[in-house]
Ligand binder design. Structure first.
Ligand code: GDP
Ligand code: MG
Length: 455
């Protein structure tokens, strides 16, 4: 007999897609499936993520595939739907998100952020499944709460024609961007074709199928990636000030384990940061009581998990960068280089000539995505970058272009606030600030402006 298969870690799952397609609702629906409040082994809310023990997944997934083997210990679904978490969960140009759910509204088909999500997934080579959501909006749909998609469709013969029509349109649109897509039960080759799952985030049809695929697909395609290794690796998702704790960093522990007292090395705005883990925190299971500051302390936590780290001197940590652990003193210098690598790489993309636009984003992940789009699609040089809100000094830096190439006296600000003073100075100096939270929109605005300038 073959040796029993190796232990795998939990796959990390992101939800992406256009605004209003039902990402949040779908996550809620999946989450509410088997919430056993406070009970051991139940679905638990973590920092930035929801943790699904395999038993909870199994209760739904078995409706679709009774014979499915479970090698992953649980699923970790990242809670911030949209690009944010996906672009942040990456390191050295590859994604730490193991598999994504791309949500498409069946009534609308592919929309701008759908396309943008697809581009990001392709760029990072992340496998994904498509939730064809809002099937309950097909005219005459009869709800089959939490039923497998196929059974629900069979019970809804009356809407078959509309469903087929919309399914076909989506398939064609996906083919136009280079993806063969099939309803997952008709998909003979998961490696080559995208799997589509009809879902309703309101009544829950297709949710069992989605959960089944979130187990099956990683076990088929990602076993190598999911082999458990005890090399601790985290990504900083958010830097937050918490009453009583000071500045904390919310991380996803993507590999290995983390202990209280560990020496951590982080990427800071002005250079590497070294600190000691004072506390490893997860939310209290009784969070719904809204007791303030009720975090659980842990001595040690294992991947994959969402964790709040409390430590000294984290204020300048850049979101979307790695947090690494030094097991001994001599490693620290090497790790400092490691944590700064992505930020340095982004800085290396700044045009040597010093001529170009100024680009600003909320996190390193989104900045990288933006720079890649700028280089590939728009072919526009970049003279400066920054992370965080647009301040007066950013405007001052961008204004340098007024002398060289006035049409580049521009700040492309992605998903960040513009301080009032910055806006005033920009108006005064005639520096253009373009803001958007969809990369395409940012480009569209910038392109329209460039055309105007050239005339
Ligand atoms: P997000 O922007 O992708 O997170 O979308 P939301 O989850 O906030 O949903 C946007 C709107 O669509 C809300 O009004 C939801 O109630 C609605 N919605 C989401 N999923 C479904 C669905 O499966 N069926 C129907 N009928 N409405 C849905
Ligand atoms: Mg939402």
């Amino acid at each position: 007999r073959a040796a029993s298969p190796a232990k795998l870690r939990s796959p990390i799952i992101c939800i992406m897609g256009h605004v209003d397609t039902g990402k949040t609702k779908l996550l809620d629906k999946i989450r509410r499936t088997h919430v056993q409040e406070g009970e051991a082994g139940g679905i638990t809310q973590q920092i930035g993520a929801t943790y699904f023990p395999i038993e909870a997944v199994q209760q739904e997934a078995h409706k679709v595939d009774a014979g499915l083997e479970y090698r992953v210990p649980s699923l970790l679904i990242i809670d911030t739907p949209g690009h944010e978490s996906f672009t942040n969960l990456r390191s050295r140009g590859s994604s730490l998100c193991d598999i994504a759910i791309l949500v498409i509204d069946i009534m609308h088909g592919l929309e701008p952020q759908t396309l943008e999500s697809i581009e990001l997934l392709r760029m990072r080579k992340t496998p994904f499944i498509v939730a064809l959501n809002k099937i309950d909006r097909l005219y005459g749909w009869q709800a089959c709460p939490m039923a497998p998609a196929r059974a629900a469709l069979e019970a809804n013969r009356a809407v078959a024609a509309e469903f087929e029509q919309r399914l076909m349109e989506t398939k064609v649109a996906l083919a136009e961007v280079g993806f063969n897509a099939e309803l997952y039960w008709e998909n003979r080759d998961m490696r080559r074709n995208l799997s589509l799952v009809p879902t309703s985030a309101i009544t829950g049809e297709g949710v069992p199928d989605l959960l089944m695929l979130l187990v099956q697909l990683p076990q088929k395609l990602l076993t190598e990636r999911l082999m458990f290794v005890d090399f601790p690796a985290c990504t900083a998702l958010e830097v937050k000030v918490v009453e009583g704790l000071g500045t904390t960093v919310d991380v996803i522990l993507t590999g290995g384990s983390l202990r209280e007292g560990d020496t951590i090395v982080l990427c800071g705005m002005d250079g590497p940061l070294v600190s000691t883990v004072r506390a490893l925190l997860t939310p209290h299971p009784m969070k719904e009581l809204r007791v303030k500051g009720q975090y659980l302390h842990h001595k040690r936590l294992e991947a994959a998990q969402g964790i709040k780290i409390s430590a000294e001197g984290l204020e300048k940590t850049i979101a979307g960068t790695p947090v690494l652990v030094a097991r001994n003193e001599d490693e620290i210098d090497y790790l400092k280089e490691e944590v700064m690598a992505d930020w340095n790489k982004a800085r290396a993309l700044i045009d040597k000539s010093g001529v170009g636009v100024y680009v600003q984003a909320s996190t390193l992940g989104s900045l990288e995505a933006l720079l890649e789009f700028l280089r590939k699609d728009a072919k526009i040089p970049v003279s400066g970058i920054n992370i965080g809100p647009v301040h007066k000094r950013d405007v001052m830096r961008a204004s340098v272009m007024l002398e060289h190439k006035p049409e580049y006296a521009v700040i492309l600000a992605f998903d960040v606030k513009v301080e009032r003073e910055a806006r005033e100075v920009a108006d005064e100096l005639d520096v253009q600030i373009f803001t958007a939270d969809i990369i395409y929109h940012l480009f569209d605005r910038f392109k329209a402006y460039m055309e105007e300038v050239r005339e």
